[in-house]
Design a binder for this molecule. Structure first.
Ligand SMILES: NC(=O)c1ccc[n+]([C@@H]2O[C@H](COP(=O)([O-])OP(=O)(O)OC[C@H]3O[C@@H](n4cnc5c(N)ncnc54)[C@H](O)[C@@H]3O)[C@@H](O)[C@H]2O)c1
Ligand SMILES: O=C/C=C/C=C(\O)C(=O)O
Length: 490
Protein backbone atom coordinates (compact mmCIF):
# COMPACT_ATOMS: atom_id res chain seq x y z
CA UNK A 1 0.00 0.00 0.00
CA UNK A 2 1.28 3.48 -0.83
CA UNK A 3 2.06 5.66 2.18
CA UNK A 4 0.36 9.04 2.00
CA UNK A 5 2.24 10.68 4.82
CA UNK A 6 5.81 10.80 6.01
CA UNK A 7 7.22 11.76 9.40
CA UNK A 8 10.07 14.24 9.19
CA UNK A 9 11.76 15.46 12.40
CA UNK A 10 8.73 14.13 14.28
CA UNK A 11 6.31 16.11 12.11
CA UNK A 12 3.71 14.34 9.98
CA UNK A 13 3.66 15.68 6.40
CA UNK A 14 1.13 14.64 3.77
CA UNK A 15 2.95 13.73 0.56
CA UNK A 16 -0.05 14.15 -1.74
CA UNK A 17 -1.38 17.18 -3.58
CA UNK A 18 -3.97 19.47 -2.01
CA UNK A 19 -6.64 20.17 -4.62
CA UNK A 20 -10.12 21.58 -4.03
CA UNK A 21 -9.84 21.04 -0.28
CA UNK A 22 -8.92 17.37 -0.51
CA UNK A 23 -5.75 15.31 -0.55
CA UNK A 24 -5.19 13.76 -3.97
CA UNK A 25 -2.64 11.06 -4.76
CA UNK A 26 -0.85 10.41 -8.07
CA UNK A 27 -0.06 7.03 -9.58
CA UNK A 28 3.64 7.90 -9.50
CA UNK A 29 5.87 9.40 -6.83
CA UNK A 30 9.38 10.84 -6.60
CA UNK A 31 11.86 10.57 -3.74
CA UNK A 32 12.60 13.68 -1.70
CA UNK A 33 16.14 13.56 -0.24
CA UNK A 34 17.70 15.54 2.59
CA UNK A 35 20.85 17.49 1.68
CA UNK A 36 22.11 17.02 5.23
CA UNK A 37 22.66 13.26 5.05
CA UNK A 38 21.06 12.06 1.83
CA UNK A 39 18.23 10.31 3.72
CA UNK A 40 14.93 9.83 1.89
CA UNK A 41 12.39 12.11 3.57
CA UNK A 42 9.39 10.87 1.65
CA UNK A 43 7.89 9.66 -1.59
CA UNK A 44 6.06 12.66 -3.00
CA UNK A 45 3.11 12.61 -5.41
CA UNK A 46 4.35 13.24 -8.94
CA UNK A 47 1.69 15.36 -10.63
CA UNK A 48 1.14 15.64 -14.37
CA UNK A 49 -1.36 17.07 -16.81
CA UNK A 50 -4.39 15.53 -15.03
CA UNK A 51 -3.45 17.03 -11.66
CA UNK A 52 -2.79 20.42 -13.29
CA UNK A 53 -6.21 20.28 -14.92
CA UNK A 54 -7.90 19.32 -11.63
CA UNK A 55 -6.12 22.09 -9.74
CA UNK A 56 -7.05 24.79 -12.26
CA UNK A 57 -10.66 23.54 -12.26
CA UNK A 58 -10.74 23.71 -8.44
CA UNK A 59 -9.24 27.22 -8.49
CA UNK A 60 -11.76 28.36 -11.11
CA UNK A 61 -14.68 26.92 -9.14
CA UNK A 62 -13.58 28.57 -5.88
CA UNK A 63 -12.80 31.94 -7.47
CA UNK A 64 -16.22 33.71 -7.62
CA UNK A 65 -17.00 33.23 -3.92
CA UNK A 66 -13.49 34.16 -2.73
CA UNK A 67 -13.39 37.20 -5.02
CA UNK A 68 -16.74 38.31 -3.57
CA UNK A 69 -15.58 37.80 0.03
CA UNK A 70 -15.28 41.23 1.68
CA UNK A 71 -11.71 42.49 2.02
CA UNK A 72 -11.92 42.56 5.81
CA UNK A 73 -12.89 38.87 5.88
CA UNK A 74 -10.10 37.91 3.48
CA UNK A 75 -7.68 39.84 5.68
CA UNK A 76 -9.01 38.11 8.80
CA UNK A 77 -8.39 34.67 7.28
CA UNK A 78 -4.86 35.64 6.18
CA UNK A 79 -4.11 36.74 9.75
CA UNK A 80 -5.48 33.39 10.95
CA UNK A 81 -3.03 31.66 8.58
CA UNK A 82 -0.23 33.77 10.07
CA UNK A 83 -1.36 32.68 13.55
CA UNK A 84 -1.20 29.06 12.38
CA UNK A 85 2.30 29.56 10.98
CA UNK A 86 3.43 31.15 14.25
CA UNK A 87 2.03 28.22 16.25
CA UNK A 88 3.98 25.79 14.07
CA UNK A 89 7.27 27.69 13.65
CA UNK A 90 9.23 24.89 15.28
CA UNK A 91 7.67 22.20 13.02
CA UNK A 92 8.09 24.30 9.89
CA UNK A 93 11.69 25.17 10.77
CA UNK A 94 12.69 21.56 11.43
CA UNK A 95 11.04 20.21 8.30
CA UNK A 96 12.44 22.96 6.07
CA UNK A 97 15.94 22.42 7.45
CA UNK A 98 15.90 18.71 6.67
CA UNK A 99 14.34 19.37 3.27
CA UNK A 100 16.57 22.13 1.89
CA UNK A 101 19.56 22.11 4.24
CA UNK A 102 19.45 25.76 5.30
CA UNK A 103 20.28 26.55 8.94
CA UNK A 104 17.72 25.59 11.58
CA UNK A 105 18.54 28.71 13.58
CA UNK A 106 17.79 30.94 10.56
CA UNK A 107 14.51 29.14 9.93
CA UNK A 108 13.48 29.57 13.56
CA UNK A 109 14.53 33.15 14.07
CA UNK A 110 14.25 34.75 10.64
CA UNK A 111 12.59 32.77 7.90
CA UNK A 112 9.45 31.33 9.51
CA UNK A 113 8.57 34.55 11.35
CA UNK A 114 8.93 36.22 7.94
CA UNK A 115 6.49 33.65 6.48
CA UNK A 116 3.90 34.74 9.04
CA UNK A 117 4.75 38.38 8.31
CA UNK A 118 4.16 37.80 4.58
CA UNK A 119 0.51 36.98 5.40
CA UNK A 120 0.04 39.78 7.94
CA UNK A 121 1.65 42.41 5.76
CA UNK A 122 -0.42 41.73 2.63
CA UNK A 123 -3.63 41.34 4.68
CA UNK A 124 -3.06 44.80 6.14
CA UNK A 125 -1.87 46.35 2.88
CA UNK A 126 -5.06 45.15 1.16
CA UNK A 127 -7.08 47.26 3.58
CA UNK A 128 -5.07 50.37 2.73
CA UNK A 129 -5.60 50.14 -1.04
CA UNK A 130 -7.61 53.23 -1.86
CA UNK A 131 -10.23 53.88 -4.44
CA UNK A 132 -8.19 56.75 -5.77
CA UNK A 133 -10.82 59.16 -7.00
CA UNK A 134 -9.87 62.00 -9.28
CA UNK A 135 -11.69 64.46 -11.43
CA UNK A 136 -11.66 64.99 -15.21
CA UNK A 137 -13.75 67.98 -16.27
CA UNK A 138 -16.38 67.16 -13.65
CA UNK A 139 -16.24 63.42 -14.24
CA UNK A 140 -15.04 61.19 -11.45
CA UNK A 141 -12.47 58.48 -12.07
CA UNK A 142 -12.58 55.64 -9.61
CA UNK A 143 -9.75 53.12 -9.58
CA UNK A 144 -10.59 49.68 -8.23
CA UNK A 145 -8.51 46.56 -7.63
CA UNK A 146 -10.46 43.64 -9.01
CA UNK A 147 -9.32 40.06 -8.41
CA UNK A 148 -7.90 38.49 -11.58
CA UNK A 149 -8.67 34.76 -11.20
CA UNK A 150 -6.60 31.60 -10.71
CA UNK A 151 -2.88 32.33 -10.25
CA UNK A 152 -0.11 29.79 -10.80
CA UNK A 153 2.85 30.36 -8.47
CA UNK A 154 6.06 28.45 -9.19
CA UNK A 155 8.82 28.65 -6.62
CA UNK A 156 12.43 27.52 -6.02
CA UNK A 157 14.11 25.52 -3.28
CA UNK A 158 16.56 28.00 -1.74
CA UNK A 159 13.99 29.56 0.62
CA UNK A 160 10.94 27.42 -0.14
CA UNK A 161 8.19 28.60 2.19
CA UNK A 162 9.40 32.18 2.44
CA UNK A 163 9.46 32.66 -1.33
CA UNK A 164 6.18 30.76 -1.83
CA UNK A 165 4.24 32.80 0.73
CA UNK A 166 5.69 36.07 -0.56
CA UNK A 167 3.51 35.31 -3.62
CA UNK A 168 0.66 33.28 -2.05
CA UNK A 169 -0.20 36.01 0.48
CA UNK A 170 -0.73 38.93 -1.95
CA UNK A 171 -2.41 36.68 -4.54
CA UNK A 172 -4.96 35.50 -1.93
CA UNK A 173 -5.34 38.96 -0.39
CA UNK A 174 -6.21 40.33 -3.82
CA UNK A 175 -9.12 37.88 -4.01
CA UNK A 176 -7.51 35.38 -6.36
CA UNK A 177 -7.32 31.63 -6.05
CA UNK A 178 -3.92 29.98 -6.14
CA UNK A 179 -2.17 26.91 -7.44
CA UNK A 180 1.25 26.66 -5.80
CA UNK A 181 3.87 24.36 -7.34
CA UNK A 182 6.86 24.15 -4.99
CA UNK A 183 10.28 23.00 -6.17
CA UNK A 184 10.72 19.24 -6.33
CA UNK A 185 13.88 19.41 -4.19
CA UNK A 186 11.97 20.96 -1.26
CA UNK A 187 8.27 20.06 -1.45
CA UNK A 188 7.39 19.53 2.22
CA UNK A 189 6.58 22.87 3.86
CA UNK A 190 4.11 23.75 1.07
CA UNK A 191 2.12 20.72 2.14
CA UNK A 192 2.16 21.90 5.76
CA UNK A 193 0.99 25.33 4.56
CA UNK A 194 -2.05 23.66 2.96
CA UNK A 195 -2.92 22.13 6.37
CA UNK A 196 -2.45 25.46 8.15
CA UNK A 197 -4.57 27.36 5.61
CA UNK A 198 -7.40 24.81 5.85
CA UNK A 199 -7.35 25.01 9.66
CA UNK A 200 -7.44 28.80 9.43
CA UNK A 201 -10.71 28.57 7.50
CA UNK A 202 -9.52 29.29 3.97
CA UNK A 203 -12.32 27.84 1.79
CA UNK A 204 -11.68 24.71 -0.30
CA UNK A 205 -10.09 25.36 -3.70
CA UNK A 206 -8.78 28.84 -2.80
CA UNK A 207 -5.26 27.50 -2.20
CA UNK A 208 -4.18 24.38 -4.06
CA UNK A 209 -0.75 22.78 -3.79
CA UNK A 210 0.44 20.56 -6.62
CA UNK A 211 3.65 18.55 -6.33
CA UNK A 212 5.91 17.31 -9.09
CA UNK A 213 8.56 18.17 -11.64
CA UNK A 214 8.73 21.49 -13.44
CA UNK A 215 8.84 19.94 -16.89
CA UNK A 216 5.71 17.89 -16.13
CA UNK A 217 3.06 19.42 -13.87
CA UNK A 218 4.80 22.82 -13.86
CA UNK A 219 4.69 23.05 -17.63
CA UNK A 220 1.05 21.89 -17.71
CA UNK A 221 0.09 24.62 -15.24
CA UNK A 222 1.83 27.51 -16.97
CA UNK A 223 0.40 26.37 -20.35
CA UNK A 224 -3.20 26.30 -19.08
CA UNK A 225 -5.53 28.88 -20.68
CA UNK A 226 -7.66 29.16 -17.51
CA UNK A 227 -4.78 30.71 -15.57
CA UNK A 228 -4.94 34.51 -15.16
CA UNK A 229 -1.50 35.19 -13.64
CA UNK A 230 1.82 33.35 -13.45
CA UNK A 231 4.39 34.40 -10.89
CA UNK A 232 7.71 32.58 -11.03
CA UNK A 233 10.88 32.71 -8.96
CA UNK A 234 13.75 30.65 -10.28
CA UNK A 235 16.38 30.44 -12.96
CA UNK A 236 16.68 32.22 -16.30
CA UNK A 237 16.42 29.13 -18.58
CA UNK A 238 13.20 28.04 -16.84
CA UNK A 239 11.85 31.60 -17.03
CA UNK A 240 12.29 31.55 -20.81
CA UNK A 241 10.30 28.32 -21.08
CA UNK A 242 7.56 29.68 -18.85
CA UNK A 243 7.40 32.96 -20.75
CA UNK A 244 7.04 31.05 -24.02
CA UNK A 245 4.19 28.95 -22.57
CA UNK A 246 2.51 32.05 -21.14
CA UNK A 247 2.80 33.85 -24.48
CA UNK A 248 0.49 31.32 -26.12
CA UNK A 249 -2.33 32.46 -23.81
CA UNK A 250 -1.07 36.03 -23.20
CA UNK A 251 -1.04 35.21 -19.48
CA UNK A 252 0.51 38.09 -17.49
CA UNK A 253 3.80 37.13 -15.89
CA UNK A 254 6.00 38.20 -13.02
CA UNK A 255 9.54 36.81 -13.06
CA UNK A 256 12.06 36.98 -10.19
CA UNK A 257 15.27 35.45 -11.49
CA UNK A 258 18.93 35.06 -10.81
CA UNK A 259 21.65 37.57 -10.15
CA UNK A 260 25.35 38.32 -10.13
CA UNK A 261 25.15 41.29 -7.84
CA UNK A 262 28.16 43.42 -6.90
CA UNK A 263 29.38 44.66 -3.52
CA UNK A 264 31.30 47.88 -4.12
CA UNK A 265 33.80 48.79 -1.43
CA UNK A 266 35.11 52.35 -1.69
CA UNK A 267 38.32 53.47 0.00
CA UNK A 268 36.42 55.64 2.48
CA UNK A 269 34.23 52.73 3.67
CA UNK A 270 34.21 51.35 7.18
CA UNK A 271 36.27 48.30 6.25
CA UNK A 272 35.03 46.22 9.17
CA UNK A 273 31.46 46.81 8.03
CA UNK A 274 32.45 46.08 4.42
CA UNK A 275 34.08 42.79 5.47
CA UNK A 276 31.02 41.86 7.55
CA UNK A 277 28.76 42.55 4.56
CA UNK A 278 31.01 40.49 2.29
CA UNK A 279 31.07 37.47 4.60
CA UNK A 280 27.26 37.63 4.84
CA UNK A 281 27.20 36.66 1.16
CA UNK A 282 27.98 33.07 2.20
CA UNK A 283 24.59 32.85 3.96
CA UNK A 284 22.48 29.85 2.99
CA UNK A 285 25.68 28.36 1.54
CA UNK A 286 25.55 31.03 -1.16
CA UNK A 287 22.14 29.96 -2.40
CA UNK A 288 20.58 33.42 -2.28
CA UNK A 289 19.42 35.16 -5.43
CA UNK A 290 20.34 38.57 -4.03
CA UNK A 291 23.85 37.58 -2.95
CA UNK A 292 26.54 40.11 -3.79
CA UNK A 293 28.92 37.57 -5.24
CA UNK A 294 31.22 40.03 -6.99
CA UNK A 295 33.35 41.99 -4.54
CA UNK A 296 34.58 45.14 -6.28
CA UNK A 297 37.13 46.87 -4.07
CA UNK A 298 39.01 50.16 -4.53
CA UNK A 299 42.66 49.24 -5.15
CA UNK A 300 44.10 51.34 -2.31
CA UNK A 301 42.19 49.32 0.33
CA UNK A 302 42.05 45.93 -1.40
CA UNK A 303 44.82 44.35 0.65
CA UNK A 304 43.45 45.50 4.00
CA UNK A 305 39.88 44.62 3.03
CA UNK A 306 40.99 41.14 1.97
CA UNK A 307 42.82 40.62 5.26
CA UNK A 308 39.73 41.52 7.29
CA UNK A 309 37.48 39.45 5.02
CA UNK A 310 39.67 36.34 5.26
CA UNK A 311 39.88 36.67 9.05
CA UNK A 312 36.09 36.55 9.25
CA UNK A 313 35.57 33.91 6.58
CA UNK A 314 38.05 31.57 8.25
CA UNK A 315 36.10 31.85 11.50
CA UNK A 316 32.91 30.56 9.85
CA UNK A 317 31.83 27.15 11.08
CA UNK A 318 30.67 24.69 8.46
CA UNK A 319 28.54 21.77 9.59
CA UNK A 320 25.17 20.13 10.16
CA UNK A 321 22.43 22.74 9.65
CA UNK A 322 20.64 21.60 12.81
CA UNK A 323 23.66 22.49 14.94
CA UNK A 324 23.32 26.00 16.39
CA UNK A 325 27.09 26.53 16.01
CA UNK A 326 27.03 26.08 12.21
CA UNK A 327 27.21 29.14 9.98
CA UNK A 328 27.15 27.26 6.67
CA UNK A 329 25.26 24.07 5.91
CA UNK A 330 25.35 21.82 2.84
CA UNK A 331 24.28 22.76 -0.66
CA UNK A 332 20.95 21.40 -1.78
CA UNK A 333 21.71 18.49 -4.10
CA UNK A 334 24.61 16.51 -5.60
CA UNK A 335 23.85 18.13 -8.97
CA UNK A 336 24.16 21.60 -7.42
CA UNK A 337 27.48 20.70 -5.76
CA UNK A 338 28.85 19.44 -9.07
CA UNK A 339 27.69 22.61 -10.79
CA UNK A 340 29.39 24.82 -8.18
CA UNK A 341 32.61 22.83 -8.35
CA UNK A 342 32.57 22.94 -12.15
CA UNK A 343 32.48 26.74 -12.10
CA UNK A 344 35.36 26.88 -9.61
CA UNK A 345 37.50 24.28 -11.44
CA UNK A 346 37.12 26.12 -14.76
CA UNK A 347 37.98 29.44 -13.09
CA UNK A 348 41.11 27.96 -11.49
CA UNK A 349 42.10 26.33 -14.79
CA UNK A 350 41.67 29.73 -16.40
CA UNK A 351 44.19 31.32 -14.03
CA UNK A 352 42.12 32.37 -11.02
CA UNK A 353 43.61 31.98 -7.54
CA UNK A 354 41.64 30.71 -4.52
CA UNK A 355 42.38 33.03 -1.59
CA UNK A 356 40.26 30.71 0.56
CA UNK A 357 38.38 27.49 -0.24
CA UNK A 358 38.34 26.28 -3.82
CA UNK A 359 36.67 22.89 -3.46
CA UNK A 360 34.29 20.66 -1.52
CA UNK A 361 34.84 20.29 2.22
CA UNK A 362 36.36 16.81 2.24
CA UNK A 363 36.46 16.71 6.07
CA UNK A 364 32.67 16.83 6.16
CA UNK A 365 31.99 14.97 2.91
CA UNK A 366 28.46 15.03 1.58
CA UNK A 367 27.30 18.25 -0.01
CA UNK A 368 29.47 20.76 1.86
CA UNK A 369 31.44 23.22 -0.26
CA UNK A 370 34.16 25.36 1.29
CA UNK A 371 33.48 29.11 1.36
CA UNK A 372 35.57 30.30 -1.57
CA UNK A 373 37.08 33.60 -2.68
CA UNK A 374 38.68 33.82 -6.13
CA UNK A 375 40.96 36.58 -7.39
CA UNK A 376 42.73 37.02 -10.71
CA UNK A 377 39.44 36.72 -12.59
CA UNK A 378 38.78 38.46 -15.90
CA UNK A 379 35.64 40.55 -16.31
CA UNK A 380 34.51 38.51 -19.30
CA UNK A 381 35.18 35.13 -17.65
CA UNK A 382 32.41 32.68 -16.81
CA UNK A 383 32.98 32.97 -13.05
CA UNK A 384 32.37 36.74 -13.17
CA UNK A 385 29.46 36.59 -15.60
CA UNK A 386 27.40 33.56 -14.52
CA UNK A 387 25.42 32.87 -11.35
CA UNK A 388 27.11 30.05 -9.35
CA UNK A 389 24.49 29.76 -6.57
CA UNK A 390 27.01 28.41 -4.07
CA UNK A 391 29.46 29.86 -1.50
CA UNK A 392 31.75 31.33 -4.16
CA UNK A 393 32.76 35.00 -4.38
CA UNK A 394 35.14 36.78 -6.72
CA UNK A 395 37.24 39.85 -5.94
CA UNK A 396 38.23 42.50 -8.48
CA UNK A 397 39.69 45.94 -7.93
CA UNK A 398 38.93 49.38 -9.35
CA UNK A 399 40.65 52.76 -9.29
CA UNK A 400 37.87 55.22 -10.06
CA UNK A 401 34.17 55.57 -9.38
CA UNK A 402 33.47 55.36 -13.12
CA UNK A 403 35.37 52.08 -13.36
CA UNK A 404 33.46 50.71 -10.36
CA UNK A 405 30.13 51.50 -12.03
CA UNK A 406 31.29 50.02 -15.32
CA UNK A 407 32.33 46.72 -13.72
CA UNK A 408 29.19 46.61 -11.56
CA UNK A 409 26.87 46.96 -14.56
CA UNK A 410 28.80 44.68 -16.89
CA UNK A 411 26.80 41.45 -16.62
CA UNK A 412 23.45 40.44 -18.10
CA UNK A 413 21.85 40.60 -14.62
CA UNK A 414 20.52 43.49 -12.54
CA UNK A 415 18.99 42.17 -9.34
CA UNK A 416 20.74 44.05 -6.54
CA UNK A 417 23.87 45.95 -5.54
CA UNK A 418 25.47 46.78 -2.22
CA UNK A 419 27.68 49.82 -1.60
CA UNK A 420 30.10 50.32 1.27
CA UNK A 421 31.16 53.96 1.46
CA UNK A 422 31.50 56.72 4.03
CA UNK A 423 30.36 59.35 1.53
CA UNK A 424 26.58 59.74 1.08
CA UNK A 425 27.12 61.74 -2.12
CA UNK A 426 29.19 58.96 -3.63
CA UNK A 427 26.41 56.50 -2.68
CA UNK A 428 23.82 58.70 -4.36
CA UNK A 429 25.86 59.22 -7.53
CA UNK A 430 26.73 55.54 -7.88
CA UNK A 431 23.25 54.26 -7.03
CA UNK A 432 21.79 56.48 -9.75
CA UNK A 433 24.02 54.79 -12.34
CA UNK A 434 23.55 51.16 -11.29
CA UNK A 435 21.22 48.77 -13.09
CA UNK A 436 19.62 46.96 -10.14
CA UNK A 437 16.18 46.40 -8.61
CA UNK A 438 17.53 47.05 -5.11
CA UNK A 439 20.58 49.01 -3.95
CA UNK A 440 21.70 48.70 -0.33
CA UNK A 441 24.04 51.32 1.09
CA UNK A 442 26.14 50.15 4.06
CA UNK A 443 23.66 47.33 4.70
CA UNK A 444 22.36 44.15 3.10
CA UNK A 445 19.03 42.26 2.90
CA UNK A 446 17.01 44.90 4.69
CA UNK A 447 13.59 44.05 3.30
CA UNK A 448 10.47 46.13 3.77
CA UNK A 449 7.56 44.35 2.10
CA UNK A 450 6.08 47.62 0.88
CA UNK A 451 9.17 48.27 -1.26
CA UNK A 452 9.24 47.30 -4.92
CA UNK A 453 11.22 44.08 -5.33
CA UNK A 454 12.49 42.50 -8.54
CA UNK A 455 15.25 42.58 -11.07
CA UNK A 456 16.29 44.37 -14.23
CA UNK A 457 17.64 42.78 -17.42
CA UNK A 458 17.84 38.97 -17.03
CA UNK A 459 17.15 39.23 -13.30
CA UNK A 460 13.45 39.55 -13.91
CA UNK A 461 10.35 41.10 -15.33
CA UNK A 462 8.12 43.30 -13.18
CA UNK A 463 8.15 44.17 -9.49
CA UNK A 464 6.29 42.73 -6.52
CA UNK A 465 5.92 44.13 -2.99
CA UNK A 466 3.29 46.42 -1.44
CA UNK A 467 1.15 48.10 -4.08
CA UNK A 468 3.30 46.59 -6.85
CA UNK A 469 2.06 43.13 -5.80
CA UNK A 470 -1.56 44.21 -6.02
CA UNK A 471 -0.86 45.93 -9.34
CA UNK A 472 0.27 42.55 -10.65
CA UNK A 473 -2.27 40.27 -8.99
CA UNK A 474 -5.31 42.49 -9.71
CA UNK A 475 -7.20 43.51 -12.80
CA UNK A 476 -6.95 47.22 -12.09
CA UNK A 477 -10.04 49.06 -13.32
CA UNK A 478 -10.91 52.71 -13.81
CA UNK A 479 -14.60 53.66 -13.76
CA UNK A 480 -15.36 57.12 -15.18
CA UNK A 481 -18.71 58.63 -14.18
CA UNK A 482 -20.18 61.74 -15.75
CA UNK A 483 -21.71 64.42 -13.55
CA UNK A 484 -25.51 64.46 -13.32
CA UNK A 485 -27.20 65.90 -16.41
CA UNK A 486 -23.95 66.03 -18.39
CA UNK A 487 -24.13 65.66 -22.16
CA UNK A 488 -21.13 65.26 -24.42
CA UNK A 489 -21.31 67.98 -27.04
CA UNK A 490 -17.65 67.45 -27.83
N1 LIG B 1 14.90 36.96 -7.81
C1 LIG B 1 14.45 36.25 -6.80
O1 LIG B 1 13.62 36.69 -6.03
C2 LIG B 1 14.96 34.85 -6.59
C3 LIG B 1 14.79 34.28 -5.33
C4 LIG B 1 15.27 32.99 -5.15
C5 LIG B 1 15.88 32.29 -6.18
N2 LIG B 1 16.02 32.87 -7.38
C6 LIG B 1 16.69 32.16 -8.46
O2 LIG B 1 16.22 30.81 -8.56
C7 LIG B 1 17.24 29.97 -9.08
C8 LIG B 1 17.39 28.74 -8.23
O3 LIG B 1 16.17 28.07 -8.15
P1 LIG B 1 15.90 26.71 -8.93
O4 LIG B 1 17.17 26.05 -9.27
O5 LIG B 1 14.85 25.99 -8.17
O6 LIG B 1 15.25 27.28 -10.29
P2 LIG B 1 14.54 26.45 -11.43
O7 LIG B 1 14.26 27.44 -12.48
O8 LIG B 1 15.30 25.24 -11.77
O9 LIG B 1 13.20 25.93 -10.78
C9 LIG B 1 12.27 26.79 -10.16
C10 LIG B 1 10.89 26.19 -10.22
O10 LIG B 1 10.47 26.10 -11.57
C11 LIG B 1 9.90 24.82 -11.81
N3 LIG B 1 10.02 24.52 -13.25
C12 LIG B 1 11.10 24.01 -13.91
N4 LIG B 1 10.81 23.88 -15.23
C13 LIG B 1 9.55 24.33 -15.41
C14 LIG B 1 8.70 24.47 -16.55
N5 LIG B 1 9.10 24.12 -17.77
N6 LIG B 1 7.46 24.97 -16.38
C15 LIG B 1 7.05 25.35 -15.14
N7 LIG B 1 7.80 25.24 -14.04
C16 LIG B 1 9.04 24.75 -14.16
C17 LIG B 1 10.69 23.93 -10.90
O11 LIG B 1 9.99 22.72 -10.69
C18 LIG B 1 10.76 24.79 -9.64
O12 LIG B 1 9.55 24.71 -8.90
C19 LIG B 1 18.49 30.82 -9.09
O13 LIG B 1 18.74 31.30 -10.38
C20 LIG B 1 18.13 31.97 -8.18
O14 LIG B 1 18.85 33.15 -8.39
C21 LIG B 1 15.58 34.13 -7.61
O1 LIG C 1 17.11 34.05 -2.62
C1 LIG C 1 16.47 35.04 -2.79
C2 LIG C 1 15.80 35.68 -1.74
C3 LIG C 1 14.89 36.58 -2.07
C4 LIG C 1 14.21 37.30 -1.05
C5 LIG C 1 12.96 37.72 -1.20
O2 LIG C 1 12.26 37.47 -2.28
C6 LIG C 1 12.29 38.42 -0.16
O3 LIG C 1 12.91 38.80 0.85
O4 LIG C 1 11.10 38.65 -0.34
Amino acid sequence: MTQHTTTVAGVEVDTRHWIGGARVASAETFADLSPIDGATLGEIARGGAAEAEAAVAAAEAAFPAWAATPRAERARILHAIADGVEKRIEDLAKVETLDNGALLRSHRRGVMPRVAHNFRFFADWLLTLGHEDFDTRGHTNQVSWDPAGPCVLITPWNAPLMLATWKVAPALAAGNTVILKPAEWSPLTASLLADIAAEAGLPAGVLNVVQGYGAEVGNALVSHPGVRRISFTGSVPTAKRIAAAAAANLTPLSLELGGKSPLLVFADADLDLAADLAVEQYDNAGQVCLAATRLLVESSVAEEFTRRFVERAEALVQGDSRDGASDLGPNIHPRQLEKIDGFVRRALDGGARAVIGGGPNTDLGGLYYRPTLLTGVAQDSEIVQEEVFGPVLTLQTFDTEAEAVELANDTRFGLAATLATGDPECAERVSAQLVAGTVWVNCFFVRDLQAPFGGSRHSGVGREGGTWSFDFYCDVKNTVTAPKGWKDHG
